[in-house]
Design a protein around this ligand. Sequence first.
Ligand SMILES: [Fe+2]
Ligand SMILES: [Fe+2]
Length: 178
Amino acid sequence: MSQNFQEMTEDIVSHPLFLQLKSCPHHGGENSLYIHSVATAKCAYRLARRFRLREERVRALTRAALLHDFFGYDWQGERHRRFMHRFTGWQRIRHMHAFIHGAHAAHRAGRLFHLDQRQMDAIASHMFPLASWPKNSEAWLLTLADKMVASKEVGETVGWHVKGWCRRIVPGRQKPEQ
Ligand SMILES: [Fe+2]
Ligand SMILES: [Fe+2]
C-alpha cells in the first residue's frame, strides 16, 4: 500500500534529536536545518514519484533526504574549530565541514533510524562533487533535491538581506502603525 509523505516521515520529524535542528541556522536569513531538511525530503519525494521509483525506494529516498544533514555537531562552534586545528594543509581541507558532514550524517542517522546501505550511501554522497560519486538512483536524486532546495534558500536569503537594507536606507519610509 502506498504511503504519503507524512506517513513516511512522522517518526523522524517528531524525534527529539531531529527537532533540535530547529535551532540550527542554515543558509542564512530565518532558515534552519529543520526547514532545509524537510524541504529537501519533500523535493526528493516529488522527484521519486515523478521518476516512478518502486514504493519502498520512494520511502527509502524520502527518509534518507530528511536525514541527509543530520550530522549532529555545530560546525561553526569552538569544538569543531579545535577539531580542525588538529590538521594542517591538505588534511585540513579534507576535514572541512563541506567534505565530511555527509559521512557523519550517514553514520548517525543509520544508527538511530536503521537505514539500509543504499540510504547510507545516498546521505554520504549528497555533497557530490565535494563528496564521493553517487552510487545509486536514490543518491543521484538526493544530491539533486539538496541542490535545488539549497539554491532556492540562498536566493531567498539574498532577497531577505536586500529587503533589510532597503528598509534601513530608503528615506522617509514609515513604520507600520501598531
Ligand atoms: Fe549537506
Ligand atoms: Fe542539505
